[in-house]
Write a protein that binds this ligand. Structure first.
Ligand code: FAD
Length: 524
């Protein structure tokens, strides 16, 4: 994938006055999912993303591929069933990035084992042929065997069940590559700046700005899809400044600790926190990730900040269950994501976790809500609507069995700490080849496994354009250990500048920009 080639295609198409079938605004899981689906059906699709692919919510999740045990408790059986099916398809189509994970619900009261045991049996049942393994009750000893870091005082036993886990930003990058492999055109650092309309006020395309050159790009399209997550209403207001607000936003934080806080390969699931939510502590890339919260937010932003009370809440709740309670000083990174929630008839209590497709009177097609796990199903639904709306060739969806870029069965152990390159799937071979050059085999920092070859690969093959892209999403350094990520900024920036033909001043500016961002990911 080359960005200049993508921009050239957009420019040439505009000069030839040939409209695209579908133009997507937004390069998160929702928009990129739509691009993959459309390209797989043979439609001409272009996608523009304002920043880096996955800069928004899609790199900031809890990293679960799941049906959502919480929605089961709320009685939303269709949502759970659909998500459980998608969970199975995700593991089938991207085994290099999605793997099974055992979760233990620890029991400290006599009634918890039968209560959660029955609920989780129902969860197994709803998964049907897409099941990941049968849940079962555990004795106190078995519970501690699976979760040696658990507080033993008062523990009566536990319930183990199985769900999926993934690397969200890596999957997103591989979805971008899948769409590109299928002929799609995707441009990062290219915000949509306005919508084109015909004399009847019907949306016929968009304008976007190449943020690297300042060039205005004109994109004529039969259908325009708005997949901008928490920014949905801002794009809808480009079509109609009076458009009523469709979205509300809430934020969720995660704290990342050293793996020693959660020994073993099993995740901890706290089914009911003091604010009535669930809290997870999960093993991820050699660390322990704890979250999340649900705090209403007035206005969406690209880099939401954690509130002190959210940090205290996660520390306190996780600390109640872990034999060594973590403190602020133990937090290696904090990251924050914004949930795109669809208002239910104006009542905030009726916020939907399902996805929503909305067509404005201008013909702008908006898709939002849902969750990462259901991105494929959301995309199928969206492209079906786009075909009707734009009178496009009526081709059936083919993503159910579509292998995602990098597909490789023998690296199914994505969580494996021995081989951190497993997340690249079949591309790992090319990175190892690059690393035959000794300087590219060097680790960028002793605290994290990332090597110099990954920066080169990110720039050459994955359209990484900035230091932040490489350290936050192409590798997950910033999300795992903010201080270590800052320490690797200089060597990584030098490598990136060399690949992108930039000078030393550019590299120095990248380091300073990245370090000021990374400070927000530190707690102490
Ligand atoms: C804390 C938290 C934890 C979660 N955990 C899970 C989980 O474990 N499992 C799960 O399945 N789901 C989870 N989710 C839900 C899931 O992460 C989201 O549903 C999903 O990532 C939303 O993707 P999106 O593409 O709609 O939004 P985003 O990823 O935010 O993408 C929207 C994109 O649009 C771009 N954009 C905005 N304006 C413009 C413009 N004018 N021009 C071009 N581009 C623009 C933005 O830059 C952004 O990249 C979680 C959500 C949160 C908040």
């Amino acid at each position: 994938m080359r960005r200049d080639e993508m921009v050239r295609r957009v420019r040439e198409r505009a000069e030839a006055h040939i409209p695209w079938d579908i133009a997507v605004i937004g390069g998160g899981a929702t928009g990129v999912g739509v691009a993959v689906d459309a390209a797989a059906r043979g439609l001409d699709v272009v996608l523009v993303e304002a920043h880096d692919f996955g800069k928004g919510t899609s790199s900031r999740s809890t990293k679960l591929v799941h049906g959502g045990v919480r929605y089961l408790e709320q009685g939303n059986i269709p949502l759970v069933m659909s998500a459980l099916k998608e969970r199975g398809l995700m593991r089938q189509n991207a085994p290099h990035l999605v793997h099974d994970l055992a979760f233990v619900v620890p029991n400290y009261s006599w009634w918890e084992a039968p209560f959660y045991g029955i609920g989780l049996k129902l969860y197994d049942l709803l998964a049907g042929k897409y099941g990941f393994g049968a849940s079962k009750l555990l004795s106190k000893e078995e519970t501690l065997q699976r979760l040696p870091g658990l507080e033993p005082e008062g523990l009566t036993g536990g319930v183990v069940y199985f769900d999926g886990q993934f690397d969200d930003a890596r999957l997103l990058i591989h979805l971008v590559m899948t769409a590109a492999d299928l002929g799609g055109t995707l441009v990062n650092y290219c915000p949509a700046t306005g919508l084109l309309k015909d004399p009847d006020g019907y949306v016929t395309g968009l304008t976007a700005q190449d943020a690297e050159t300042g060039e205005t790009l004109t994109i004529q399209s039969r259908v325009v899809v708005n997949a901008t997550g928490v920014f949905t209403d801002a794009v809808r207001q480009m079509a109609d400044p009076d458009a009523e607000q469709l979205m509300v936003t809430s934020q969720g934080i995660h704290l990342v600790f050293d793996r020693s806080f959660l020994k073993g390969d099993t995740a901890l699931m706290v089914p009911r926190t003091s604010d009535g939510r669930v809290l997870f502590v999960i093993p991820w890339h050699g660390h322990a990730v704890a979250g999340t919260t649900d705090t209403p937010v007035d206005a969406p932003s690209l880099e939401p900040k954690p509130l002190d009370e959210e940090i205290e809440f996660v520390l306190e709740t996780a600390g109640r269950y872990l034999s060594r309670p973590p403190t602020r000083a133990d937090v290696l990174a904090v990251y924050v994501g914004l949930r795109p929630l669809v208002k239910g008839d104006g009542k905030t209590s009726a916020l939907s976790r399902d996805h929503v497709i909305h067509v404005d009177t201008s013909g702008l097609l908006t898709i939002t809500g849902g969750k990462w796990t259901t991105y494929r199903h959301m995309a199928e639904d969206c492209v079906d609507h786009a075909i009707t709306l734009g009178r496009l060739a009526d081709v059936e969806c083919s993503t159910r069995n579509l292998r995602i870029h990098g597909y490789r069965l023998d690296t199914a152990a994505q969580g494996s700490e021995e081989d951190h390159l497993a997340v690249y799937g079949s591309d790992a071979d090319a990175i190892r080849e690059l690393a035959r050059e000794p300087s590219l085999a060097q680790r960028l920092n002793p605290e994290l496994p990332y090597i110099a070859a990954e920066v080169v690969w990110g720039a050459r093959a994955e359209m990484a354009r900035r230091l932040e892209d490489v350290l936050a999403r192409h590798t997950r350094a910033l999300f795992l250990n903010a201080r270590a990520a800052m320490a690797m900024a200089e060597p990584a920036a030098r490598l990136l500048a060399g690949e992108l033909g930039r000078d030393e001043a550019w590299a120095a500016a990248q380091v300073s920009e990245f370090c000021s961002l990374a400070r927000q990911y530190r707690v102490s």
